[in-house]
Design a protein around this ligand. Structure first.
Ligand SMILES: Nc1ncnc2c1ncn2[C@@H]1O[C@H](COP(=O)(O)OP(=O)(O)OP(=O)(O)O)[C@@H](O)[C@H]1O
Ligand SMILES: [Mg+2]
Length: 268
């Protein structure tokens, strides 16, 4: 794909976490290389799948891209601007454009806020009027498949699947250009998984939003991704167009990962 179509560019990203050596008399602290020299790009309107076993560093990559974790080193550019160089205050104008959907957004939803408050919070921060808020909430609830009356509910009154839809609605409120989806389907019933996948697909077609789609479910990643990156111990082992990666995995680790998955019947 053309270079000028790049939305997010990650260059030689590292994130090391300090780990103590145990005994309090031993001062020596070592580092855990959670992300160790990762390079990739995400294009406008593209979905890049990110797969790999538990602990390989997927979530840490996602958080570093969004600057929820500050990288140890490396570059994260959004539309050509290196976010790593920016202060928290300088990052603020970029926040609406860069969103995240978690596995279960419960912890990030204020329990004292209604769904209406939760969805409109980012809108109100950007000075939307009451009428704009009301219309947008109606629209967003509809987009994510929630009933209008649910606007008055509190997070604990939602099921896991409904809460995920609420999380999607909030992430969409400010028309983001890039969303990190971190295992967004893992907590959902299989029938609802397909609906949410289709929803994410529709949103991409409609609004041109790009996704970094993190999952350990290779069949889900295959369904939604244009390209797929395979992570192992903090590094990207292989990155390739979806079909090439699944049909002709080059790296032994990718082959091992794929061979552990039942092949879905394309006729089903
Ligand atoms: N805040 C933190 N402090 C210290 N170590 C961390 C922190 N966050 C993650 N790690 C470590 O970094 C490594 C990568 O973690 P990460 O959560 O990115 O993996 P993951 O690929 O998302 O795994 P999973 O599939 O289980 O979600 C792990 O060894 C983890 O223990
Ligand atoms: Mg994770």
């Amino acid at each position: 794909m053309a270079k000028d179509n790049v939305l997010v560019e990650v260059n030689n990203l590292t994130k090391y976490f300090p780990i103590g050596s145990g005994g309090f008399l031993r001062k020596k602290v070592t580092e855990l290389k959670a992300v160790d020299g990762v390079t990739f790009a995400v294009h406008h309107g593209e979905t890049l799948g990110l797969v790999g076993e538990s602990g390989s560093g997927k979530t840490t990559v996602g958080k570093c891209v969004l600057q929820l974790h500050r990288p140890t080193s490396g570059e994260v550019s959004f539309k050509g601007k290196n976010l790593v160089d920016l202060t928290d205050k300088q990052l603020r104008p970029f926040r609406p454009k860069l969103q995240v959907i978690f596995q279960d957004p419960y912890e990030s939803l204020n329990p004292r806020f209604t769904a209406y408050d939760i969805i409109t919070e980012p809108l109100r921060l950007h000075h939307a009027t009451k009428t704009e808020c009301r219309n947008r909430v109606k629209e967003l609830l509809d987009i994510v498949g929630l009933a209008p009356y649910m606007a008055e509910r509190y997070p604990h009154e939602f099921s896991g699947g409904q809460r995920q839809r609420l999380g999607v609605a909030r992430a969409l409120a400010l028309q983001p250009e890039f969303i990190v989806c971190d295992e967004p389907l893992s907590a959902l019933d299989v029938s609802i998984q397909a609906q949410v996948l289709n929803l994410l697909d529709d949103l991409q077609r409609q609004f041109g939003v790009a996704y970094l789609f993190i999952s350990h479910d290779l069949s889900v990643v295959r369904h939604i991704s244009h390209r797929v990156a395979v992570m192992y111990l903090g590094k990207i082992m292989e990155i390739a167009p979806r079909d090439a990666l699944y049909d002709r995995p080059l790296h032994p680790y990718t082959q091992a990962l794929l061979s552990a998955v039942p092949v879905p019947d394309p006729k089903v």
